[in-house]
Design a protein. Structure first.
Length: 217
């Protein structure tokens, strides 16, 4: 397009249209990048959350949280794109009214310039996606070795129940039994037994007494 000397009022609609068009293209490129990350199972830097690899549960939670963040970003970008397109359409109508037949030539020149810039942006995004793919797939393939919490260096044999308790670690607190717990259980059991048919009560008292003896042991 030949260079023209324009006043500020004349150039306003042209620059406004160009800026809005550029924002729409950037928004589209961001949508493309985030959708590709979601499709390929990649997590961009802004959505990454640091959680220690202490358990499989934490890894799953981390992955779900990051994916949700990525989906919310895509929704936000689509809403932003819709608003920008609406503003761009209004600016297009205003510029077409101001410039008449010349507007088609001006608009085509703007699109040619911005499309060249868009090609460069999309190329950079594809390179970024490729780097993310390489780095994050390597991290997924890493094998983490978890060591047992307790190593028995004595000649004492522990039962499975005792081993499970020791594996809970030094910070685990044993639950404290209330000294009136058994008495309370016996009273509650007797109240429940009285609601049963008379012929069943003696048998149930016998069963409750056996369980209470086990608790007292």
């Amino acid at each position: 397009m030949p260079s023209l000397k324009l006043t500020a009022s004349q150039a306003k609609s042209i620059y406004l249209y160009k800026n809005l068009k550029a924002k729409v293209q950037r928004c589209c490129s961001n949508i493309y990048f985030n959708r590709q990350c979601l499709k390929l199972g990649l997590i961009p830097k802004y959505a990454q959350i640091k959680i220690p690899y202490t358990s499989p549960d934490s890894i799953v939670t981390r992955k779900k949280t990051q994916t949700t963040r990525l989906k919310e970003k895509i929704k936000f970008l689509y809403k932003k794109k819709d608003k920008l397109i609406e503003l761009l359409y209004r600016t297009h109508l205003q510029a077409a009214q101001e410039w008449g037949k010349m507007w088609d030539l001006i608009r085509d020149n703007i699109h040619t310039t911005l499309n060249l810039e868009a090609e460069r942006i999309y190329k950079n995004l594809d390179d970024k996606i490729s780097r993310l793919t390489n780095s994050q797939h390597e991290r997924i393939n890493e094998k983490f070795k978890f060591y047992p919490r307790m190593i028995n260096q004595t000649h004492i044999f522990f039962t499975e129940e005792e081993q499970t308790l020791l594996n809970k670690g030094l910070k685990y607190n044993l639950s404290h039994k209330n000294k009136y717990l058994i008495r309370k259980l016996a009273l509650e059991a007797e109240n429940a037994i009285t609601l049963l048919p008379i012929e069943e009560q003696d048998y149930m008292r016998y069963q409750v007494a056996k369980q209470i003896q086990r608790l007292q042991a």
